[in-house]
Structure formats: structure tokens, C-alpha cells
Design a binder for this molecule. Structure first.
Ligand code: NAP
Length: 250
């Protein structure tokens, strides 16, 4: 059976990098796509070193640009003669401020990467899957628990992540006829460069609210992405799965 190609946007860091490493360990061909070229190459080197597979590739993508996302999809097709049959879009940014102070540009930037970026990636990847008749495609989006519950200082981010769930459920309904599933993971508080920016006192306060009593690790989110990518989740589509250690449950 030919190897399956997995595309991970935001694969240069944090959760996206852990997803790349997980998929490579399962034997998939991994496309590490990121805005940050050096970071993508670093992830790529970690795959080659750890899993001795030379066939993965790194690519630069700006998920907020339709042209850039289309170039990525074309380059995957050229390299592997098939589109990705699994896609995880983990690219995301924060630009926090209180509602009463947040600049319009910061709202637009975060929505542009997190929400529009999800739309562009899901649309382009799904179109390539449909055009080449990929069956059992699986698309995983990355939302956030704050898209459900809101968060002080994150009006732009929480709005963008609520929208990611809306895109996911709609894509799941529209793509089911092509046997493509689309699901969303909702991380809580995960140790990555994104949360490294959060002040220590806020980390402490948030961690005290987590029933499992600690922050999550990127590979704990990658485990769920792996499940959603696999046939083990074949009857699951349009779902949002919380990976939060129980934070804000219920
Ligand atoms: P991270 O370590 O900052 O990784 C995000 C990656 O996305 C970075 O390599 C970043 O590159 C890249 N990126 C940013 N803008 C991009 C663009 N326009 N196109 C392509 N790539 C872009 O963050 P993370 O914590 O792993 O987050 C991964 C996803 O999980 C994000 O969607 C985030 O919102 C979500 N999430 C994270 C947490 C958490 O606690 N960490 C919680 C809930 C949800 P640069 O470094 O150059 O910006």
C-alpha cells in the first residue's frame, strides 16, 4: 500500500511539531508547513533523525494567504503525486489585549491567521482530496477551549477559535459525501512557545483550575490528532474534542 501523506500547518513549533513527530513515528510521509522556514526545517531534521525516513518535506506557508496555501497544496501534489489524505492545521497566533483597548489591526491579524487561515487550508486541502478521489480523508482543525468559554484579554483569539468550530462542523457536513471527515481539537493550557509568553502568575492561576493539576504537553494533543486522523475514529465527524485536563468542563 502506498504511504499516506500528512500535511501539518504550523508544524514548526509546539503542538504542530509534536503532531509531525507522531505521524512520522506511525510511518506517514509528513509535510511540515510553517511561516517560519527555519522552524519547519528544524522539525524536519527531528523527523529524519528520530525515524530515519528521508521522504518528508518542509515548506513555507502563510495560512492567511490563499495564494500561499494553494502553492503548498500544489507542491505536495508535485512531490508525492497525490494530495495529503490527512491534514492538521495547527498554525495560530495570539495578540492579546482587553476588549476596551484592542486595536482593530490586532483583531484582523488574529482572525486572519486563525479563522481565515483555517478556512483557506480546509478549502484547499479538501478540494485536492475531492479532485483526486482520496477516500477516508481526515482534516483536523485546532480550536481552543477559550472559543467556548471566552477569556479575558483574548476577544480576538476566542472569536477566531469559536469560528474554527463553525468551519469544522460545516465542512464535516459538506464533505461527508466524499468520505472526508473533519474534526476539531480544543486544547486547554498546553506548554508551548505560545504559552511561554503568558506571565507566571497567570500560568499558576490557570493551572490551579485544571482538575488534572498541570498544563498539558504538545504530544498529548498530538495523540488525539493521531486518533482523529486514523480509522479508529471512522464514525466521528464534526466533533470537537477537548484536551484540557478537565479545565472548564461542563
Ligand atoms: P506555537 O508554538 O506558537 O506554534 C504555532 C506555529 O504556527 C508557529 O511555528 C508559528 O510560526 C506558526 N504560524 C504562525 N502564523 C502562521 C501563518 N500565518 N502561517 C503558517 N504558520 C504560522 O503555538 P502552539 O501552542 O503550538 O499552538 C498551535 C495551535 O494550537 C494554535 O492554533 C493555537 O491557537 C492552538 N492552541 C494552543 C494552546 C496552547 O495552550 N498552547 C491552547 C489552545 C489552542 P511563528 O513562530 O513564526 O509565529
Amino acid at each position: 500500500m502506498p504511504l499516506r501523506t500528512h500535511e501539518i500547518s504550523g508544524g514548526g513549533s509546539g503542538i504542530g511539531r509534536a503532531v509531525c513527530q507522531r505521524f512520522a513515528s506511525e510511518g506517514a510521509l509528513v509535510v511540515v508547513a510553517d511561516l517560519n522556514e527555519e522552524a519547519a526545517n528544524e522539525t524536519l531534521r527531528s523527523l529524519s533523525r528520530d525515524h530515519k525516513v528521508q521522504e518528508h518535506m518542509a515548506a513555507v506557508v502563510d495560512v492567511s494567504s490563499k495564494q500561499s496555501v494553494e502553492r503548498l497544496v500544489e507542491s505536495i501534489q508535485r512531490r508525492y503525486f497525490q494530495p495529503a489524505s490527512v491534514c492538521v492545521n495547527a498554525a495560530g497566533i495570539t495578540q492579546d489585549d482587553f476588549l476596551l483597548r484592542l486595536e482593530e489591526a490586532a483583531f484582523d491579524r488574529v482572525v486572519g491567521v486563525n479563522l481565515k487561515g483555517t478556512f483557506l487550508v480546509v478549502q484547499a486541502v479538501a478540494a485536492a482530496m475531492v479532485a483526486s478521489g482520496v477516500s477516508k480523508g481526515s482534516i483536523v482543525t485546532v480550536g481552543s477551549i477559550v472559543g467556548k468559554v471566552g477569556n479575558i484579554g483574548q476577544v480576538n483569539y476566542s472569536a477566531s477559535k469559536a469560528g474554527v468550530e463553525g468551519i469544522t462542523r460545516t465542512a464535516a457536513k459538506e464533505l461527508s459525501r466524499y468520505r472526508i471527515r473533519c474534526n476539531c481539537v480544543l486544547p486547554g493550557f498546553i506548554s508551548t512557545p505560545m504559552t511561554d509568553k503568558v506571565p507566571e502568575r497567570v500560568i499558576h492561576k490557570m493551572t490551579s483550575l485544571v482538575p488534572l493539576g498541570r498544563m498539558g504537553e504538545p504530544d498529548e494533543v498530538a495523540d488525539v490528532c493521531s486518533f482523529l486522523a486514523s480509522d479508529d475514529s471512522r464514525y466521528i465527524t464534526g466533533a470537537s474534542i477537548e484536551v484540557t485536563g478537565g479545565l472548564f468542563m461542563g
